[in-house]
Design a protein around this ligand. Structure first.
Ligand code: ZN
Length: 102
């Protein structure tokens, strides 16, 4: 069954939405940050990224986060980076990722 597809802001490839991490911008002004949204429930404009550090690095280098989310300032990427570092593809949860990493 084909679900919706989204474009990864890192490698710019389209992929099934379930294979990508959704994230949104949270906070304002000096406290702007990228908030991972694994449950896809947070309101607001979201963007998608493969759970892959290479895609994260690409997106950061291209300043794709700000463009995808229409940000005017520079957002802190720490939360999202941490999420991607601990996430595994193929729909595994954070719990199993933590076990696999230990
Ligand atoms: Zn990607």
């Amino acid at each position: 069954m084909a679900g919706p597809t989204r474009t990864c802001v890192g490698c710019r490839k389209r992929a099934p939405a379930i294979e990508l991490i959704r994230f949104v911008a949270a906070g304002t002004g000096e406290d702007l940050r990228l908030q991972p949204d694994p449950n896809r429930r947070l309101p607001g404009r979201g963007a998608h990224l493969h759970p892959d550090p290479a895609c994260f690095a690409l997106a950061e280098r291209r300043r794709a986060f700000g463009r995808a989310l229409r940000l005017t300032g520079v957002a802190d990427t720490g939360l999202l980076a941490e999420h991607i570092r601990t996430a595994l593809p193929c729909g595994t949860t954070d719990d199993t990722a933590a076990v696999a990493a230990s």
